[in-house]
Ligand binder design. Structure first.
Ligand code: GZL
Length: 365
């Protein structure tokens, strides 16, 4: 692909202080309010001005600037950004995540190249190599796994192509291998899921965990947050079953069918994503259970899961906000102008339960 060099569009903008750069990403102190469809397209700064908390630098986060990282200032508007998506877009989380990236690129007039690894890590590595070969000036990567990225990191560094990672963490060095990592606080999601489960079960009885896929920080951190919180607040609530459903609905159903055979008295199921939670609902229905017989708490915030609360089958959904587009491009824009950005940025998550599911269903994705 013949690409006019954008390198010539160097911008000689003064580097502003880290604090000023981070203001673009730091939330106002206003009460957090959930994005609705119209607001989700707002840039973080605009959303923050509107009094919404969309993201903030992780407490203690260091900053990164192009001089330290390497690469060249450029006008993002004239650049080509490559986006590597990890999982097949059967999962609404991935559909919403990709759409958010595409919408923001379109809004900013940025040329976007996309690839989807169909949940195969080896394909994601070759996808990113391909995006580089096609001339991507910058990369946004939603990693499938945390490890195994060295070949890509070396290839991007050789071409001086900055990387922003979203969603899941890669085990590499910030401001050397990648510029920034933008994600939810998955440990906090686990804690919030535990609080809902404790409330729903009265803090007593046996519960099961449908674990996410192995090899990424989301699963380990959602599990840690949940188990630590249960141990801290509800010693009489016992985790008696943990098995992976690979973040997939079908496997979540299969595992739950085994669960209710082996643990007929199970009182609650913590599903580490909505797709597995919906699989659990299907299994319970297939076993002749009634809505509410087993307390189900899930993570993501997809429409089907929130509808499950309205229908009485699910007791709580902790949002994992997939709308990374505005934040990812704001970070790239700030960075390529030579300003400092936070290395770690936390995107804010909402939550749904019986008190707001019906009225907020339209905000689910
Ligand atoms: C979370 C993301 C997870 C979602 C799942 O940021 O990585 O992966 O919670 C998806 O739905 O499979």
């Amino acid at each position: 692909m013949q690409r006019t060099t954008h390198r010539s569009q160097l911008l000689a903008r003064p580097v502003i202080t880290a604090m000023a750069a981070m203001v673009a990403l730091t939330a106002t102190s206003c009460a957090k309010s959930k994005d609705d469809a119209s607001d989700s397209k707002k840039s973080p700064a605009a959303a923050a001005d509107a009094g919404q908390k969309v993201a903030s630098p992780k407490p203690g986060s260091k900053t990164c600037a192009i001089d330290a990282y390497g690469g060249e200032k450029l006008d993002l508007k004239g650049a080509t950004v490559g986006f590597s998506q990890s999982e097949k877009e059967a999962n609404p989380f991935r559909i919403a995540e990709t759409q958010s990236i595409k919408d923001e690129a379109a809004e900013r007039g940025v040329e976007l190249l996309t690839a989807n690894a169909q949940s195969q890590f080896s394909k994601q590595i070759s996808d990113v190599q391909d995006l580089l070969a096609k001339g991507a000036d910058l990369l946004v990567i939603a990693p499938l796994n945390s490890d195994g990225w060295d070949p890509v990191l070396q290839a991007a560094a050789a071409r001086r192509v900055p990387i922003v990672t979203i969603d899941r963490k890669i085990n590499a060095t910030a401001c050397k291998d990648y510029v920034s990592f933008i994600a939810s606080d998955f440990v906090e999601q686990g804690r919030r899921a535990a609080d809902r489960m404790i409330e729903a079960t009265g803090g007593r009885g046996e519960v099961a965990i449908l674990l996410g896929a192995a090899g990424n920080n989301v699963t380990t951190e959602r599990t840690k947050g949940f188990k630590d919180r249960v141990a801290e607040k509800a010693p009489d609530l016992e985790v008696v079953f943990e098995q992976t459903g690979d973040f997939a609905r079908e496997k979540g159903q299969q595992v739950t069918e085994q669960l209710i055979q082996s643990k007929p008295g199970i009182k609650g199921i913590y599903a580490e994503n909505d797709e597995m939670g919906l699989g659990a609902v299907a299994a319970l229905k297939g076993a002749g259970k009634k809505a509410g017989d087993v307390e189900i708490v899930t993570v993501d915030g997809t429409r089907n899961a929130v509808q499950g609360i309205v229908d009485g089958w699910i007791t709580g959904v902790i949002e994992s906000n997939p709308r990374f587009g505005p934040l990812a491009f704001e970070t790239l824009d700030t960075f390529t102008q030579g300003k400092e950005v936070a290395q770690d940025i936390i995107i804010e998550d909402g939550a749904y339960d019986t008190s707001n599911a019906e009225q907020d269903l339209g905000k689910a994705y």
